[in-house]
Design a protein around this ligand. Structure first.
Ligand SMILES: Nc1ncnc2c1ncn2[C@@H]1O[C@H](COP(=O)(O)OP(=O)(O)OP(=O)(O)O)[C@@H](O)[C@H]1O
Ligand SMILES: [Mg+2]
Length: 226
């Protein structure tokens, strides 16, 4: 059973006379609740693939299905609704709103959805991510690791089915990077969220259940493919 799959997914960027084939005919399935790492050298198409899986970037060719729904058949409204309700995103840059407190940042996706926060769920996230004493701070007053933990809580506030993370530890030193990764794994497991994580760091990729290696836009190796 898969929660998400892509078929012959391709992305070509046209810049002037040059065409860059960032992703070439990639077909993959993702199991619910799994932790999958996408790795490969710089420029191999990791971010582009992640963005297309997450409904953030239209493919040039091929399909992405979330629970058998063809993502790019949706109109913009339907797609952003799906993203907001079923997907969570964590990026290398924490992308917190500087004028809002940590707590307000966490609640932002719930507010955008005009829903009442599930307080027990939010409390649990705050607890697991160990950010309870930082909630009234503005992002500028937080360390990188703390900001990333806030952004993870924000990504999970709407109880997504899939969490997409692109180099989430890229701006952190070794210790806080490992801590953030351990927390990502923990919350993923505890909440049953599927994790798709892009990293060029092999020591991070090795902690996943499955490692997909991209080279030049193609799947060069897939430990889940047996
Ligand atoms: N918006 C864009 N316009 C033109 N080319 C792009 C665009 N985005 C990505 N590319 C190109 O597509 C290729 C794949 O880029 P991508 O960002 O997916 O690689 P990556 O594996 O995430 O690399 P990194 O590890 O450095 O983040 C690269 O050659 C890149 O220059
Ligand atoms: Mg990238």
């Amino acid at each position: 059973m898969t929660i998400m799959r892509c078929d012959n997914l391709s992305k070509t960027f046209q810049t002037g006379e040059y065409a860059v084939h960032a992703v070439r005919e990639v077909s993959l399935g993702f199991e619910p609740g799994g932790f999958c790492a996408i790795t490969g050298p710089s420029g191999s198409g990791k971010s582009t693939l992640l963005h297309m899986l997450g409904g953030l970037e239209y493919p040039t060719a091929g399909k992405v299905y979330y629970e058998d729904n063809d993502l790019y058949q949706y109109n913009d409204n339907q797609l952003s609704l799906l993203r907001r309700r079923r997907f969570g995103f964590v990026f290398q840059a924490y992308n917190l709103v500087r004028e809002l407190t940590a707590y307000e940042n966490i609640l932002l996706p719930v507010m955008l959805d005009k829903k009442k926060p599930d307080q027990a769920h939010i409390d649990r996230l705050v607890d697991m991510l160990n950010i309870g004493d930082r909630l009234s701070h503005l992002p500028g007053a937080l360390s990188g690791g703390q900001q990333q933990r806030i952004s993870i809580a924000r990504a999970l506030a709407n109880k997504p089915a899939i969490l997409f993370a692109d180099e989430p530890t890229g701006n952190l030193d070794g210790v806080s990077g490992r801590e953030v990764l351990a927390l990502l794994r923990l919350v993923g497991q505890e909440l049953g969220v599927s994790l798709v994580l892009v990293t060029h760091d092999l020591s991070i990729a090795e902690q996943a259940d499955r490692i997909i290696r991209l080279e030049d836009g193609r799947v060069a190796a897939d430990s889940g493919d047996n």
